[in-house]
Design a protein around this ligand. Structure first.
Ligand code: ATR
Length: 275
């Protein structure tokens, strides 16, 4: 009975167990494979991961705050995971821990079109932002990032050179204007706890428009304030749950080798907030 899990801290809010359990059932693997949520504190992460193969786990998803540690404790990693500097998918095989990153591919799959040649603004500088920057650059977009504080932005600057950096309240490497971007990707948690994204982020509420795509990699209950405002101006919006579904589908394919049932996964992920 191969087991799968998502490792996070906290993890109770995760929609991955419902989404993957529905997918495994649809694939006829429900009697064999299981998928559970495991809350693991950062100090216990490596020991937990090292114990999993012996407990019957075939793989795991990894979410906040463990994605960098997941890469660090793996025995082998894909080039993509190494370049991003984070892993969200682990495979336990032949006594080895393999690290993959499906966040990047999940974002690209969720976008309405390929961003080749587009100018893109990524908000945030954590693990999700790094996956977004890597994915968009690989697809041929020109990427700038903005972050609230400079320390993490500078880290991105060192490891993903060529990205233009802007930091809240000054210290800008370069000035930018929202109107310059055809694609805006939010990776910050702003808005999840009732904050107004237009107070916290360098965006103007009405300044999106039909030619702009706005993606929010963070999901809560219902569409985010940012996406609602963008949609009201005619912008195309990409919900964090769709990105979750696409990264989950890529992970499921890695573990099982089967074609993921996207519609089943999407229905299960959205059903949790009645959408
Ligand atoms: P993840 O790995 O999912 O990207 P993370 O590493 O915790 O998560 O990164 C969270 C991002 O959200 C960071 O860029 C963080 O900004 P700081 O580097 O300044 O901490 C950003 N963030 C969180 N709350 C924010 C807020 N209220 N305003 C602006 N940015 C915020």
């Amino acid at each position: 009975m191969p087991r799968l899990a998502v490792l996070g801290h906290p993890v109770a809010h995760s929609r991955s167990p419902a989404m993957h359990t529905a997918a495994l059932t649809a694939l006829g693997l429900g009697g064999e494979w299981t998928y559970e949520a495991i809350d693991v504190a950062p100090e216990d992460f490596e020991a937990r991961v090292r114990a999993m193969a012996a407990e019957g786990f075939a793989g795991a998803n990894v979410t906040v705050p463990h994605k960098q540690e997941a890469l660090a404790c793996a025995d082998v990693a894909t080039e993509m995971a190494r370049e991003i500097g984070a892993a969200n998918t682990l495979v336990f095989v032949d006594g080895q821990i393999q690290a993959h990153n499906t966040d990047a591919g999940g974002l690209i799959a969720a976008l309405p079109g390929l961003p080749r040649g587009a100018r893109a603004l990524v908000l945030g500088a954590g693990g999700a932002a790094r996956a977004a920057v890597w994915a968009l650059r690989t697809e041929g977009a020109v990427v700038d990032i903005w972050n609230r504080t400079s320390a993490r932005a500078q880290q991105v600057d060192i490891e993903l050179p060529g990205v233009r950096i802007q930091v809240k309240g000054g210290g800008a490497v370069t000035q930018f204007d929202q109107d310059d971007y055809q694609l805006i990707v939010n990776t910050t948690a702003v808005g999840l706890h009732g904050e107004d994204p237009f107070d916290e982020l360098p965006l103007r509420r009405g300044a999106f428009g039909e030619r702009v795509v706005v993606a929010d990699m963070v999901y809560g209950a219902g569409p985010s304030t940012l996406l609602q405002a963008a949609a009201a101006t005619g912008a195309k919006v990409v919900d964090g749950i769709e990105i979750l579904v696409q990264q989950g589908a890529l992970s499921l394919q890695i573990w099982t080798g089967r074609e993921p049932p996207l519609d089943v996964m999407r229905a299960a992920a959205y059903s949790l907030d009645g959408r």
